[in-house]
Design a protein around this ligand. Sequence first.
Ligand SMILES: [Zn+2]
Length: 434
Amino acid sequence: MELQRFTADVVVTCDMDNSVFAPGVVDTADGKITWVGASQDAPPVDDAVSVADVGGLLMPGLVNAHCHTPMTLMRGSGDGLPLHRWLTEAMWPREGRMTPEDAWWGMTLGSAEMLLAGVTTSCEMYLFEEAMVDAVMESGARLVMTPGVVSGLHSSGSDRTEEVSNFFSKYHDPTGRITVGIGPHSAYDLGIAKVVEMAELAQSLDAILHLHLAETREENVELEATYGRSITAILHDNGVFDSRVLAAHCVWVDNADIALLAADNVAVAHCPISNMRLGCGIAPLTAMKKAGVIVGYGTDGPASNGSLDLWEEVKMAALLARVHALDSTVVSTVETLTMATRDSAAAVGLKDTGYLAPGTTLDMIRMDLGHTSFVPVTEPDELLAHVAWSGSTRRVTDVWVAGEKVVSDGEMLTVDMERVIAEVGKRALRLARG
Ligand SMILES: [Zn+2]
């Protein structure tokens, strides 16, 4: 067990106490953090220990709680269409032509894009799960893979259930970089019975159940008329929330729905930029947080968002909540940073990432503070404000996942960027033209 020490100007832990140390130290061995704290309190080390004085700011890598990353292959297409037409006219025809190799390249591009932005984990709902695991094994990112179960293209009916449980047995590894959940698309796509079946499967495997919930006002009109209840209440009534649920969006939930989400420990992946771009609505973030719902941030797919850079959610989610509430005190700087890190990790079922503390994995990023957007700092809180509001996006210089360095001085160490950009461009043309 070889100890390594990082010293930095600032260490932002995103732990339960929101501890910030300036200057600070992070000690690590075997990909795990062994000690974090102020430099003056650091335990003495002998000369054999390698000490990297990295300067700048260290903090946990961000966790993207809801994504369909291979949609990098469709980025930009169907721009301006409402959700249903966007899916049926722009996305599904292209996805219908996709091969596992396409998904591998799309995932590799997106994974690199996230790592370069300091996003070390993504929770993915998509088909081609084997190709996605392969891509991430090479890029070095952490992946929560929830194989998609959809009624339309590529659906293989009941066989999919077996495929998904076999995939879980083969790849779910809480000690490594890959964990596996179940990804039924939505109740409106699959029907209640199929979602219940998937929830039972998730429960039997103790896996997370990752689905879309109440994204648009129209999507559940038929189900809600049939049952005489909101979609959230229908899923609750049918025991779906007895499993460990990660629900993406939750835009159209009222106070009674929010109370159910809180009581059933349903975690929410809040995707404000995707919701804004597709004109879906404004999720009641403040009310959900007040009720005690765990809320993390997701980009949603890069085709609906445009970007995989979760720093945009850090800023936009808080801005949207504030303008919606006409109140600048809701969603504080610390809260929005916590939601992108520790809360997102909890939402996707990971306990050992999203904050820097003894025992967590070394999923860590370094930011360069020598940039106009990080000055001035007349008191410590101002630096955190700069991280959340001003300059973080393009100032991530170094990234480690499970102790391995994957980005150094702004360059990907694990992915040939020129090649992946060329491949995705070429393959996207084929998917578009058919
Ligand atoms: Zn989605």
